[in-house]
Design a protein around this ligand. Structure first.
Ligand code: PMP
Length: 404
């Protein structure tokens, strides 16, 4: 059955509004996605009918809240094919999940001369925590460079792996270039030298089916808000033996088994890494987003997104003054317009109700490597975008061009 996008769009009430007197054209999905009514309802349902703290009190509401909270964890485990829900740690988002690994694993296990391998297209969230680790431990950061097409230079990557490489931390899909990285190959290269692998899936989970066991990565991180769930909730998946061996990174309530003034025994996985009252509503909302996505034909959604990407790339390529950066394949397209500052174009687009993002996209080293001092314009899609959104953007760009 073909997808009825207009019908699906009704599930996202925010899309029906006008902005600056024009129908909203939301093409900033790489920054955050919109939420279906099912997610909004789940948040409301929890706060209206179940609000209580989890894992604590012996009363009915707390039992219900705990049950819903842990059911959401199990949904995440299923969604990414994790073998066990105890390997799903709640965090505030991808950023916090990377910080958790950096502080708990990186600070403990890395030492002077060890190498951390990143890529030139990483988000700051997958750079800065490792710089902190390097500064504290004496580990060294190495960077996989780009080819002329702004893809990862896999020959250079192969040469960078050595017995000194202890960690590979790399994005599954680049937020700034919309390129799907060959993570499977990179993980295999890392394994061959005994390095631990972390995949930043922030831009992948909303577009692709992710199977952490097939990838065989050690850690996988993502944020709920980029896959139709609420902000403030995210996930660290980790291999059990690694997580078991890692010390807690934050301490306090919820993460303990026993406390005296002399010593503390920490809780088991996943609670060992979840100090304090968690984002209960956020987790339940993310569970609802997974239910929503799982009820759809994800292959059909991916095919529809692929069509939108082709339409966008063809339309942009037909505009002589536009230069597309790299070879985008998933979710986002970065481009620049000759002689015009991206921010000026974005302002004109906004006046037409079209939401895109401009700037360095939290990837300043990438912009430096590509010599894009002013950053780029980025249009990023989700499955609820329709062909009219792309038409509106292309027309908006033409109008902006006339303006300049
Ligand atoms: N990594 C990538 C590739 C991202 O796109 C983002 C968000 N833009 C992050 C990490 C950080 O996600 P969050 O801000 O939700 O923690």
């Amino acid at each position: 059955m073909p997808l009825d996008i207009d019908k699906l769009r009704l599930d996202f009430p925010i899309l029906a509004q006008t902005v600056n007197g024009q129908p909203l054209v939301y093409l900033d999905n790489a920054a955050t996605t919109q939420k279906p009514q099912a997610v909004l309802d789940a948040l409301n349902h929890y706060y209206q009918g179940q609000n209580a703290n989890v894992h604590r009190a012996a009363h009915a509401l707390s039992g219900q809240a705990t049950q819903a909270f842990e059911a959401a964890r199990a949904k995440v485990a299923d969604f990414i094919h994790a073998p066990d829900a105890r390997q799903v740690i709640w965090t505030r988002g991808a950023t916090e999940a990377i910080n958790l690994v950096a502080l708990s694993f990186g600070m403990q296990k890395l030492k002077a001369g060890d190498e951390i391998l990143l890529s030139a297209m990483e988000h700051h969230a997958n750079i800065v925590p490792w710089q902190q680790v390097a500064a504290a431990t004496g580990a060294v950061i190495k960077v996989i460079p780009l080819t002329d097409n702004a893809e990862l230079d896999m020959t250079a990557a192969a040469n960078l792996f050595s017995s000194r490489t202890k960690l590979l931390a790399i994005s599954h899909v680049s937020n700034a270039l919309g390129v799907l990285n060959p993570v499977q190959t990179l993980i295999a290269m890392a394994k061959a030298v005994g390095a631990v692998t972390l995949i930043d899936g922030a831009q992948a989970v909303g577009h692709l089916s992710v199977d952490v066991q097939a990838l065989d990565c050690d850690f996988y991180v993502f944020s709920g808000h980029k896959m139709f769930g609420p902000t403030g909730i995210g996930v660290l998946y980790g291999k059990r033996a690694l997580l078991e061996a890692m010390p807690p990174w934050q301490t306090g309530g919820e993460m303990i088994k026993y406390v005296s003034f002399e010593h503390t025994r920490f809780g088991e996985l996943p609670f060992k890494f979840e100090a304090g009252t968690p984002n209960i509503a956020g987790a339940i909302g993310l569970g609802a987003a997974i239910d929503y996505l799982s009820a759809l034909d994800r292959c059909a959604l991916a095919a529809h997104e692929h069509q939108l990407m082709l339409q966008l790339l063809a339309g942009l390529s037909a505009l002589p003054e536009v230069r597309i950066i790299g070879r985008p394949t998933a979710g986002a397209v970065s481009f620049i317009i000759d002689d015009v500052h991206p921010q000026d174009v974005a302002t004109l687009l906004d006046m037409q109700g079209i939401a895109v993002r401009t700037g360095h996209h939290c990837a300043m080293p990438l912009m430096q490597a590509l010599d894009l001092q002013q950053g780029t314009l980025r249009a990023s899609i989700a499955f609820y975008n329709h062909a009219q959104d792309i038409d509106a953007l292309l027309l908006g760009l033409k109008k902006s061009r006339e303006f300049f």
